[in-house]
Design a protein around this ligand. Structure first.
Ligand SMILES: C[S@@+](CC[C@H](N)C(=O)[O-])C[C@H]1O[C@@H](n2cnc3c(N)ncnc32)[C@H](O)[C@@H]1O
Length: 375
């Protein structure tokens, strides 16, 4: 008899607590949450279907209560024990947070499918808020921006991602910065060094056409692929294993095609035509950057977006030397290969040499690319 009463009371108490935390979460009622904790409630209490106070508050995106629970020692590991269908998405949300914070590529399920789930998105944002406010803000910006795209633009950016070497967030970022410069009347042209098939160029062209902007778009490329890596590079891009050639030779001897990413100028011109990029705004600079920039850089007065995507140390270095000084205040430098040690080295050396302190912003879910706003 005693046992039955005890079980009944325990069952009743558990149900009441579950409802309460859920109500608190729903209302984002921080005061009620705090009162409950002050009254001795267990922040890691096991509720129905494997839920916990933190899971409910994450589920409802109750930022204040999430923070309050975390401050009082709520355990994040319970995310792994959720049996609830929605909890599955919360758990995925937590994984995504880790990925967003470490920039590791997503394993298994695509991040995109998580972000489609409203509550999982809230979970991500809330948790990012608890860990890294700036990253939360940037992730939100990217997500909101993505949501704001009309269907035609979304489809075009998806298409460009498919023919690019970039991820969708990276392609979105090119478009977002291009549109921002156009909208804010930032003077100067768009430039990409390392265009491959021309996907990112097409994105810039699309933005110009959409907003009837008469900026020029400059395409710098050998149109015969990436050259050989040098002593400051960790690998030969696109070729697995250690570098096989002698890197300790004069630079001119490294300016030969590695055979990787070979797209001829006529192929790229044809792509532009097929993808609807108006030809009058495109300016082609064919040849090794080291040979074209000393003469062609002078033909560009100002730059609003400079996109560097040449993979190697020397390819990045020479572009910075000739083109960075032309970026106007309020314009952007995008570094597609920031994850590659050679490219990062060239960037850091240049920043140090010229005392550049503009914060480097990693593109959320871009898997490496970064950018900064020139001040
Ligand atoms: C990874 S691909 C560019 C990808 C392209 N931006 C995209 O998103 O699809 C690298 C490009 O850089 C070019 N490149 C690298 N180093 C170069 C150099 N020193 N001179 C000229 N072109 C170079 C290659 O020809 C190749 O097209």
């Amino acid at each position: 008899m005693k046992k039955t009463i005890f079980i009944t009371i325990l069952f009743y108490a558990t149900c009441v607590c579950a409802v309460s935390w859920r109500e608190i979460a729903k209302e984002n009622d921080m005061m009620a949450g705090q009162e409950k904790i002050d009254a001795g409630a267990d922040v890691n209490q096991k509720l129905e279907q494997g839920m916990t106070p933190l899971l409910w508050t994450t589920f409802y995106g109750s930022a204040d209560v999430v923070r309050c629970l975390l401050e009082h020692g709520a355990c994040k590991n319970d995310m792994n024990n959720v049996r609830y269908q929605d909890g599955y998405w919360i758990r995925k949300g937590w994984e995504a947070i880790d990925i967003a914070m470490t920039d590791e590529p997503m394993q298994g399920y695509g991040y995109a499918s998580i972000l489609k789930k409203d509550f999982a998105r809230r979970a991500i944002i809330q948790m990012l808020l608890a860990h890294d406010k700036e990253l939360a803000q940037r992730t939100l910006e990217v997500l909101n921006f993505r949501d704001s795209l009309d269907k035609a633009t979304y489809s075009f950016l998806k298409f460009c991602t498919g023919v690019s070497f970039a991820t969708f967030p990276t392609t979105c970022n090119t478009y977002r910065l291009a549109v921002e410069c156009i909208a804010n009347d930032i003077p100067g042209d768009f430039v990409e060094c390392g265009v491959a098939r021309g996907a990112q160029i097409a994105v810039m062209g699309y933005a110009c056409q959409q907003y009837q902007c008469e900026k020029k778009i400059h395409l710098f490329d050998s149109f015969q692929g990436i050259p050989l890596a040098g002593p400051n590079d960790a690998s030969q891009p696109g070729i697995r294993g250690p570098i096989k050639h002698n890197v300790n030779v004069p630079l001119e001897q490294l300016l030969v095609s590695s055979g990787v990413d070979v797209f001829s100028v006529s192929y790229v011109k044809n792509n532009m035509k097929r993808w609807g990029v108006e030809p009058h705004r495109l300016v082609y600079h064919e040849g090794w950057f080291q040979n074209t920039l000393p003469t062609d850089a002078d033909k560009i007065e100002q730059i609003c977006v400079l996109r560097l995507d040449g993979d190697l140390y020397e390819s990045t270095k020479v572009c910075l030397e000739y083109l960075y000084p032309k970026i106007v205040p309020g314009g952007y430098l995008i570094i597609d290969d920031y994850a590659l040690p050679g490219c990062a080295k060239a960037i850091h050396e240049y920043r140090e040499k010229h005392g550049i302190t503009c914060p480097i912003i990693k593109i959320p879910q871009g898997r490496g690319p970064a950018y900064w706003r020139v001040s």
